[in-house]
Write a protein that binds this ligand. Sequence first.
Ligand SMILES: O=C(O)CCC(=O)C(=O)O
Ligand SMILES: [Fe+2]
Length: 360
Amino acid sequence: MVKWRMLPFLRMGGKSAVGNTNDTVADVADFDLGMPPKRFDEIPFGCKDEIGNCQSLGGLFAGDGETCRWPSAELCLSTCGQCPLVETAKKCQSHYHEMDDRMLGGTMDWAAFFHNITAPEMQERFPQLKGARVLSRETPWVAEFPNYLTELEADEIIQIAKTEGYRIEDEHPKHVRDVNVTNCDSIRCMRQPFVSELYRRASQLLGYHPNNFESMEFIDYGPGQHYVWHADEYSWKYPIKDPAAVLSGPRLLTMFHYLSDVEEGGETAFAGPDSTGQTKRLFVKPKKGKVILWANMKDDWSFSEHSAVHSALPVRRGRKLAGTLWIHASGFRVPELYAGIECNPRYFYQQQQQQQHHQN
Ligand SMILES: O=C(O)CCC(=O)C(=O)O
Ligand SMILES: [Fe+2]
């Protein structure tokens, strides 16, 4: 996982954003209603403990059997009962296993996606989605779910993070990112029932398999702590040299869980240009239990959405606790990682396209 935490940053003018820090300020979308995608209830769950099986496959865990290494660290737990797929993948048989159908054509209809996940039908079906709304359309796409977690649930996550133990983030200089972090990539953390529940909820809402998720990152900002303007997606350049990144694709979406209220400051700020090139500011005030979701890529999801650049404004008073879930275009923690590039669905799909092109 370490490589994924080395986010290069993008400085925009070096100044902190200033502006309206009331609740949330944005073009609130006025969508037509539509049915939620039918996939939402079709995602298989029911995790069972596969650690024993995975260990017997060999090489998946570090010597002590407890400390895992990326990416194998997360393979078995995240695949939840699919460890036999490791073997399948080694034989290169699982081409379409992880790649979401929506991604295969190379474009993503974010308008429909954000419309569906905030639709009244979804809010009726899933109480945690009550009050969902789109805060910003297209530049960038941002939605908020003000009641996603109850207070008790937010406290539960904080407790899990504390047990993991926050450490000072040391991969960026302090003036860039100043925060305490911990990652949910230990077996202990991944075994927490509420962590599974969080992945389940996200998967149900977004329609992506949890294998496409990075393990959750828990963060804790005290007064003065912040994160300057940056893009969450940084690695995806097509064609890309790093096979791991090819295999998992870019960080399509960021799902940000606020676990505390903050007395003053700590807003998540977006500053992208709108479609006319004007700078558009959106400030999201932290609120315990609220979740926001934004798209880091354009409809053609091989291209970064520049307006998704964002920052965490310094906390002025209080503490800001949060949990971040990054969602990839394809399996981030999947057996294909072990089976070589030919087993990657995107690669496979491109090969097919090329063959067809040559035949025509
Ligand atoms: O703290 C925030 O509001 C945003 C954090 C963030 O952008 C990140 O950790 O990548
Ligand atoms: Fe970020």
